[in-house]
Each structure stands twice: as structure tokens, then as C-alpha cells.
Design a binder for this molecule. Structure first.
Ligand code: ATP
Length: 201
């Protein structure tokens, strides 16, 4: 069994920045956010089911899902959100498994904002939480997305609380320093994961 490392954290905590550092070291990163887009691509059964449930106008002229409209619909209604999760989560889990099985790197990263809230956590041998103070999380996300602060705060409010997330961590990456600091932290972890993956062989 190859080593699988889960990476999670709140919006704008730096998951992508962290996983980029691992990728630069030749490690395969399975990104649950990307997978969640793949399962609703045109031609996939989930897209047909979503159109039947929410109405055909959820599909754009080019045949792709109008993610902004869908997000607004499920954000406003917890029942609709549950319906969507019930449909997509098993498909996402299967696609993640397929991508992990296809990985040929010494160990594999599974990066997911919902790692701890879903069955995805059962796929990983160890949980890495990327953590920043909330003020910095807010500032970086607003800057990156050019979004207003209130919108980011609303997303933060529906995500797992920082304290609870940290309670699930095997390893915490503290990301309030520079990107160079982050790269150094990842280098240390990478060496450790390589050692661990060797002992698992
Ligand atoms: P999301 O959950 O929204 O996908 P994320 O956890 O992947 O977010 P990133 O996109 O990696 O977060 O980081 C958020 C923003 O903060 C990005 O613009 C990124 O470049 C910046 N950032 C991340 N880490 C650092 C750092 N150590 N120093 C400076 N900027 C950083």
C-alpha cells in the first residue's frame, strides 16, 4: 500500500500553494476541487441529473454547467445542497480513487477542502491541515478572488471551524510566513513522507 497524504484547510488557507510545492518535487496531487468539476462535465450522468432536478437553464449555451447559478441555489437552501452532495459525493469519491490508483509517485497527495467532512478522510493515511489566522485568511482570499469581504466571511462561516479542523490534524502547516518559508516547510515534510513511503513498501 502506497502512502496517501491528505491536505486540507479553509478557503484561502494555502492548500494550492502547498500542493504546488509537492508537485514541484514530483509528487502526484489529486485535487478534489478539480475532480468535483470533472464529474459534472458534459456527457457525465451527474450533469443530466442536475439539469432534471434544477431545470435546464442550469446548463449554459455551450453545454457546461452554470456553476455560479448552482452555487447560489444550493447556498440558499440546505435541502438542495444535501441533494447535490448525495448525487456527487460518491462519484467524486470513485474518481478520486481512480486517480490515486493511477499515481506512480512515491506517495500521493489528496488535496480537498472537504477532506474531514466526507468519506475522503478514510482514503488518507495522514491529515495535513494548512492553517493561517483568520484575518490573514480573509485578506489573502479577498485579494486573490477580488471578492468582497462579506462573501468570504459567509463561506468561512459554513466551513468547519478552525479549531475543529486543527483537532483532526496529524500535521499542521502554519502558513502565515512567506511562500519561501512554506517551501522550506514542505521540503522537510517531503523528506519525511519519502522515508515513510519507503517503510510501507
Ligand atoms: P481555496 O480553498 O479557496 O481553493 P487555497 O487553500 O487553495 O484556497 P491558495 O489559493 O493556495 O489557498 O492561497 C490563497 C491566496 O493566498 C493565493 O493568492 C495564494 O497565492 C496566497 N498565498 C498562499 N500562501 C501564501 C504565503 N505563504 N505567502 C503569501 N501569499 C500566500
Amino acid at each position: 500500500m502506497a502512502l496517501i497524504v491528505g491536505v486540507t484547510g479553509g478557503i484561502g488557507s494555502g492548500k494550492t500553494a502547498v500542493t504546488r510545492c509537492f508537485e514541484q518535487r514530483g509528487i502526484t496531487v489529486v485535487d478534489a476541487d478539480l475532480v468535483s468539476r470533472i464529474v459534472v462535465e458534459p456527457g457525465r450522468p451527474a450533469l443530466t441529473a442536475i439539469a432534471a432536478h434544477f431545470g435546464a437553464d442550469i446548463i449554459q449555451a455551450d453545454g457546461t454547467l452554470d456553476r455560479a447559478v448552482l452555487r447560489a441555489r444550493v447556498f440558499a437552501d440546505a435541502t438542495e445542497r444535501k441533494w447535490l452532495e448525495h448525487l456527487t459525493h460518491p462519484l467524486i469519491a470513485q474518481e478520486i480513487l481512480d486517480q490515486i490508483s493511477a499515481s506512480r509517485s512515491p506517495y500521493t497527495i489528496l488535496s480537498s477542502p472537504l477532506l474531514l467532512e466526507t468519506t475522503q478522510k478514510t482514503l488518507v493515511d495522514c491529515v495535513v491541515v494548512v492553517d493561517v489566522p483568520e484575518t490573514l485568511q480573509l485578506r489573502r482570499t479577498v485579494q486573490r478572488d477580488n471578492n468582497d469581504e462579506a462573501q468570504v466571511r459567509r463561506i468561512m462561516a459554513v466551513q468547519m471551524e478552525r479549531h475543529d479542523r486543527l483537532a483532526h490534524a496529524d500535521i499542521v502547516i502554519e502558513n502565515s510566513g512567506s511562500l519561501a518559508d512554506l517551501d522550506k516547510t514542505v521540503e522537510t515534510l517531503h523528506k519525511d513522507f519519502l522515508l515513510r513511503s519507503n517503510t510501507l513498501r
